[in-house]
Every structure is written in structure tokens, then in C-alpha cells.
Design a protein around this ligand. Structure first.
Ligand SMILES: C[S@@+](CC[C@H](N)C(=O)[O-])C[C@H]1O[C@@H](n2cnc3c(N)ncnc32)[C@H](O)[C@@H]1O
Length: 112
């Protein structure tokens, strides 16, 4: 039987700690380097799509980004990030969603 994407990713993050997956980075240097190339105010809404338990969100908060969302299909991934961040997690918008069906208007209203 073929696994649905949500089942697959739930299982990945239930079976492994965030640091045990092959794509783990202790510091999100490539993402931060890419972001540094753009002169974007840190009040700009930032959405980490498929962010999982990545510590990019930690770095964004530490750098003063004030409107950060993490969207991921796997609840265990977001729970791991929230547990790591502790109280700081309250300053982030977390959404368990399949990005292929996610409508940003639910969070940001209609786009012109
Ligand atoms: C390779 S992991 C990368 C996670 C994170 N960005 C990082 O660097 O550690 C891919 C992530 O995308 C999420 N994902 C896969 N398909 C998705 C979908 N259709 N909608 C939302 N998230 C999805 C997975 O749950 C997983 O957390």
C-alpha cells in the first residue's frame, strides 16, 4: 500500500530526531546567506514552507524577524521545533498544512 505524503513525513519525524535526518544543518547558513542578498525589512512576513523542525526559525527570531510562519505537512516536525523554542514559539505562526492546498489568504488576507 502506498503511503500518503502526510503519513510518510509524520513517520520520518516520529522515527528520527531532527538531528538524525540526512538534511539536518546545525546552523542554517545557506538560507541565511541567501536571505542576506536581499534588502528586506525584518517586519516583512516570512513563511518557511516545509520548514519542519529546522532551526531557521530560531535564527530568524534571533535576527529580529517579527512575522515568521512555519508551514509543514508533518505535525511532529512542528512540535519538535516548538519544544526546542520554548516560550519563543508563541511568537511564531505554526500551520500544519499541505502546501499544495494551502491558501495564504487564510493568514494574510486577499492579495490584490
Ligand atoms: C527535506 S525536509 C526539509 C525540512 C526543513 N526545511 C529543513 O531544512 O530541515 C522537507 C520538509 O517538507 C515537508 N513537506 C513535504 N511535503 C510537504 C507538503 N506537501 N506540504 C507541506 N510540507 C511538506 C516535510 O514534512 C519536511 O519537513
Amino acid at each position: 500500500m502506498t503511503e500518503e505524503p502526510q503519513q510518510h513525513w509524520d513517520r520520518v519525524y516520529s522515527d528520527k530526531a531532527p538531528s538524525e535526518v540526512s538534511w539536518f544543518q546545525s546552523e542554517p547558513r545557506p538560507s541565511l546567506a541567501a536571505l542576506a542578498r536581499f534588502d528586506v525589512p525584518h517586519t516583512t512576513p516570512f513563511v518557511d514552507i516545509g520548514g519542519g523542525p529546522s532551526n531557521l526559525v530560531d535564527a530568524l527570531l534571533a535576527n529580529g524577524w517579527s512575522d515568521v510562519s512555519v508551514v509543514d505537512i508533518a505535525a511532529p516536525a512542528l512540535e519538535a521545533a516548538q519544544a526546542r523554542l520554548g516560550e519563543a514559539a508563541a511568537g511564531v505562526h505554526w500551520e500544519i498544512a499541505d502546501i499544495t492546498r494551502w491558501n495564504p489568504a487564510h493568514r494574510y488576507g486577499g492579495m490584490a
